[in-house]
Design a protein around this ligand. Structure first.
Ligand SMILES: [Zn+2]
Length: 390
């Protein structure tokens, strides 16, 4: 009976030029849900945008679902309002939304399942070391595919290490203004030749890929150009990072800051863990804060809860892909999980070491900690939204 009433109502509505909101509700429809799947997503916003430029013509019955502000026209403004609904914001466009609300809404979308899928994809192919060019290229293709799925246009940046061809993968997340600031989000995808490289650094790559996916989907307006680069040959001495730098003009270098992610998930083995922000590698003179370390610290205070994952160090030193940038005084940080151990072991500084599994056969998918990777990904997203959005 209910179905019959709905059908009659639908037929009657077909003859109305304007279908009002309460009639839509009776039919179980809501404004913005253009594909009637019960959810409002960025796909719906895209459909509204296509409609606004005449690339898509909805049936009369559902036309008013596209007219978010009920002004009788379907315009790009309606697409914008649909996108706001898709990221959990108010769809009237009237209330200003704080960066804190945006950061909270989007970081809540971080999915353990998605991070786990990326980790499995990267760890299942064997060592991604540059000395195994086939696997190294396979990993680069995998990352490139994931960036395409997120709606970006990745490019391979080919270079050579000891005569072996390898590549960085680069993409632009946000164009930004001419001559404005450039934020580079980076992570190395190669690993030590004898390891699966789960913590070092499939975890950093997964965190960055998931971050890119969520930020792109959100349609947020950023206040700077945002570039994404996955470096190769880090383990050989930051060759990918050096090559990336060699492709930049002096002007680009002067506008650049680098947010690097290495070992974004800690291990399930070993001792006390600390999430650390490395600003430089100057063991002797000590580490100093910079604009990015302060941005992470601000987001950490907002995120607050690292839960079971351990401690947090706002400024430390460490050897990572930031070294080539640091040499040119370009503001750079690496966010990474470390272990609290006495100085003297591998990668040690200020009593912090790389996790004991790093550069051993124990750096495997089974030994990495998904919950620390999830918390770190949220922190990355919060940092970018709180400090780099309009
Ligand atoms: Zn690493």
């Amino acid at each position: 009976m209910k179905k019959l009433i709905t059908l009659i109502l639908a037929v009657l509505l077909l003859f109305c030029s304007t279908v009002n909101a309460s009639a839509l509700e009776l039919l179980g429809m809501k404004k913005g849900d253009t594909d009637l799947d019960g959810k409002i997503t960025s796909d719906d916003a895209r459909t509204v945008l296509r409609c606004s430029v005449g690339l898509y013509i909805p049936s009369l019955l559902i036309r008013s679902l596209f007219d978010l502000n009920s002004d009788g026209k379907i315009s790009s403004e309606d697409a914008r309002l649909t996108l706001r609904l898709a990221v959990g914001l108010d769809g009237t466009g009237n209330k200003p939304v704080s960066k804190e609300t945006l950061a909270k809404n989007i970081s809540e979308k971080v999915s353990e399942k998605e991070l786990d899928r990326l980790m499995r994809g990267l760890c299942s192919m064997g060592s991604r070391s540059v000395i195994f060019p086939k696997t190294n290229k396979k990993a680069a293709d995998y990352i490139s595919q994931e960036l395409k799925k997120a709606g970006l246009t990745p490019e391979m940046q080919t270079f050579y290490y000891a005569g072996i061809e390898t590549q960085n993968i680069t993409a632009v997340l946000n164009e930004g203004k001419k001559n404005g600031k450039i934020l580079l989000l980076s992570s190395h995808y190669d690993c030590w030749d004898g390891a699966e490289g789960a913590i070092d650094n499939a975890s950093g790559v997964s965190a960055l890929l998931h971050t890119v996916m969520l930020l792109k989907e959100s349609g947020i307006a950023f206040n700077c150009e945002i570039r994404i680069t996955f470096f190769s040959a880090e383990e050989m001495g930051y060759y990918g990072a050096y090559h990336y730098l060699s492709t930049l003009s002096a002007d680009e270098k002067s506008r650049l800051s680098v947010f690097n992610i290495d070992m974004a998930g800690n291990s399930l083995l070993g001792g006390g863990k600390m999430l650390s922000v490395s600003t430089n590698s100057a063991y002797v003179s000590g580490a100093v804060s910079n604009e990015l370390s302060r941005a992470i610290d601000n987001a950490k205070n907002f995120t607050c809860n690292m839960g079971e994952n351990g401690y947090y160090s706002p400024v430390s030193a460490g050897l990572h892909d930031i070294v080539p940038f640091e040499k040119l005084s370009i503001p750079a940080v690496t966010l990474s999980w470390r272990e609290i151990r006495p100085a003297g072991s591998y990668g040690s500084d200020y009593g912090l070491s790389s996790p004991s599994q790093i550069h051993t056969k124990l750096d495997t998918y089974e030994n990495f900690n998904l919950s620390s990777l999830t918390a770190t990904t949220k922190l990355i997203i919060n940092t970018v939204i709180l400090s780099y959005t309009v």
